[in-house]
Design a protein around this ligand. Sequence first.
Ligand code: PLP
Length: 392
Amino acid sequence: MATSPLSRMAQSFTSPALRRITLEVQKVNGVNLGQGVCQLPTPDFIIEAAHDAAKEGINRYTNPRGLPSLRNALAKKFAHYNKFEADPETEILVASGATGAFEGVCATLLDPGDEVVVFEPSYPYHVQCLRRYGANIRFIKLEAPDWTIDFDELKSVVNEKTKFILANTPGNPTGKVFSKEEFLEIGKIIEPFSKCFLVTDEIYEYMVFDGLSHVSAASLPELKGKVITVGGYSKTFSITGWRIGYVVAPKEIADPMTTAMDAIYVCPPAPLQEGVARGIEEFGDKFYNDLTEKYRHHRNLFTKGLADIGLTPLVPAGAYYMLCGYDKLMPELGSYEFVTKMIATCGVGAVPADDFVRDPSKAKWVRFCLAVPEETLQEALERMKKLALVTA
Ligand code: PLP
């Protein structure tokens, strides 16, 4: 007889290493560049817009697909920035963050034993969610520093049980930006399998550097009907606590997904949906260009700082993280040990590779989050200079 009152599902949840790291950094009152929380200020405009919306009475359950104002604003943004058309009545769903959106995708598509292809290093919430739905995950490893895909290997793991290939672009933690050519190649691989989709998580879509452009797979006519797009405003508007995301899917998937998401949590908060809708309508290209520029500046500053300390930054093409090799300074340490040492020596936290790969033993790198004020990055770099002294 079972001795625990907890469900098997509850017992299957694991706490990521970054939670333990956060506690360790707090103990020494240090600088935490671990967790991916965006600590930059939220634009006043959308705070006021959400406040106004609540005052105006937008406080009730919304349509399970989300407020029409937000779906219409999203449709315009998809046409303008992502270069695809989506019907706000039938193809766009507002979700409780990109996390809720991905949960909706899994609830709608997966039965236990179905297969999903995930690129590794991978985002731990994706992996946990897939496991919860009983998916059999086929990992495809991407190697640093270019993170290129071995398409022969990818082709060899896709079969009639594969429900989707998951592409996070720009990627957490690698910063990989998928190209049009890569998506077309993936499209060719899934084309023979009528029940197989390409699911993209584009939450970092406005953070793409070095003259690269963000490509939404849904914009490619060759992939028509095969793409499900997940995204959200946590990172773009610095509102990780608001929980506003979305899914764009073909109608025959979007309809049952609406029913599933309604059954799971009804809808995200109404005034916050409206605040985001008004923000999307208000902000022009300059807002997004400034955002890209800010993160590009953080990336360049941190790249130089890490290299000066004797570490090996893996310069990301997008998103707001930086992976960094430490084997020139402390090759004998595992990734978790290195982070622990860094906290003890200089009070700076990062996430060990353990959270992103199945076998961290060979991954001699850690992830820093750059979504903090510039002064915080400067302070972290200043503190980390001690690392070089410890090894000297
Ligand atoms: N997807 C990826 C790849 C992420 O890195 C994150 C947050 O770190 C999320 C989704 C979560 O987004 P949201 O806050 O919209 O749920």
